[in-house]
Ligand binder design. Structure first.
Ligand code: HEC
Length: 200
C-alpha cells in the first residue's frame, strides 16, 4: 500500500500555493490603497497644505505617551494667508528645492536621509529658532547664508552655503512648517520643542 496521504499530495500543495498567493495579493492591494490614503495631504495624520496658515505647536498626548502636533489659531506664514492652491504650490516648491539641493545628504526628513546634521522633521519647532516671533526671520537668514547665521544645534558642525534664493528659502520654510504639522507618531523621539507662548 503506497497511496499518498492527502497532506502530501502534490495537488493539495499546488492549491495551497495558489490560494495563499492570491490571498496575499488581495491584502497587498488593500494595504497599498489604505497607505496611499493615509499619507495623502489632507487625510488622517498628514494635514492639508494650507495648514501653513495656522500656528503649529506641540502638545504632550497622555494617552499616546509622546508629543503630537496641534493645529492652532490662524498664524499665516510670512503674514500672508494663502489659498489651498497657493499653499500647495509653495510647499511643493519647497519639496522640489529640498530634493534638488540634496538636503538629505546631511539631514533626515520623515525618517529618510542622513544624520550628519540635525533631523529636519520638526525643524519648525526647534528651540534653536529662539522664539516663535523671530523664527521666520531667523530661518530665512540661516537658509540663505548658514555660515554667517549659524544657530549651533549642538553638532559643532556647520552648514555650507547652498546658494538658496529668497524665493526658494521661503518655499523651504513653508515645507518645514507643513512637515512639522504631520503626526509622525512621536518621531523623532525625545524632541524638545521651542518655547511655546501660552504653554501651561
Ligand atoms: C553638507 C551638509 C548639509 C547639507 C547638504 C544641508 N545642511 Fe542643513 N545643516 C547642516 C548642519 C551641519 C547644520 C547644523 C548647523 C549648526 O549647528 O549651526 C544644519 C542645520 C540646518 C537647519 C537648522 C536645524 C534645525 O534643527 O532646525 C536647517 C533648517 C537646515 N539645515 C536646512 C537645510 C536645507 C533645507 C538643506 C537643503 C537645501 C540643507 N540644510 C542642506 C548641514 C547640511
Amino acid at each position: 500500500m503506497s497511496a499518498t496521504p492527502w497532506w502530501a499530495s502534490e495537488s493539495m500543495w499546488r492549491k495551497c500555493a495558489i490560494w495563499v498567493t492570491a490571498g496575499m495579493a488581495v491584502i497587498l492591494i488593500f494595504l497599498t490603497f489604505d497607505t496611499v490614503n493615509k499619507i495623502t495631504a489632507g487625510n488622517g495624520r498628514v494635514p492639508a497644505y494650507d495648514v501653513i496658515n495656522s500656528r503649529i505647536y506641540y502638545q504632550f498626548d497622555r494617552e499616546r505617551g509622546f508629543q503630537v502636533p496641534v493645529i492652532g489659531d490662524e498664524a499665516p506664514l510670512f503674514g500672508r494667508k494663502l489659498s489651498p492652491e497657493e499653499a500647495e504650490a509653495l510647499v511643493t516648491h519647497g519639496k522640489m528645492t529640498i530634493q534638488a539641493k540634496n538636503c538629505m545628504n546631511c539631514h533626515t526628513l520623515l525618517g529618510n536621509g542622513a544624520y550628519y546634521a540635525p533631523d529636519l522633521t520638526k525643524s519648525w519647532l526647534d528651540p534653536g529658532w529662539a522664539a516663535e516671533a523671530v523664527r521666520e526671520d531667523l530661518m530665512m537668514r540661516f537658509l540663505r547664508d548658514p555660515p554667517n547665521n549659524a544657530r549651533t544645534y549642538g553638532t559643532g558642525r556647520r552648514m555650507p552655503n547652498l546658494d538658496i534664493s529668497e524665493e526658494e528659502a521661503r518655499a523651504i520654510v513653508a515645507y518645514l512648517k507643513w512637515m512639522a504639522a504631520i503626526d509622525t507618531n512621536g518621531f523623532p523621539r525625545g524632541f524638545e520643542p521651542i518655547a511655546q507662548e501660552g504653554d501651561s
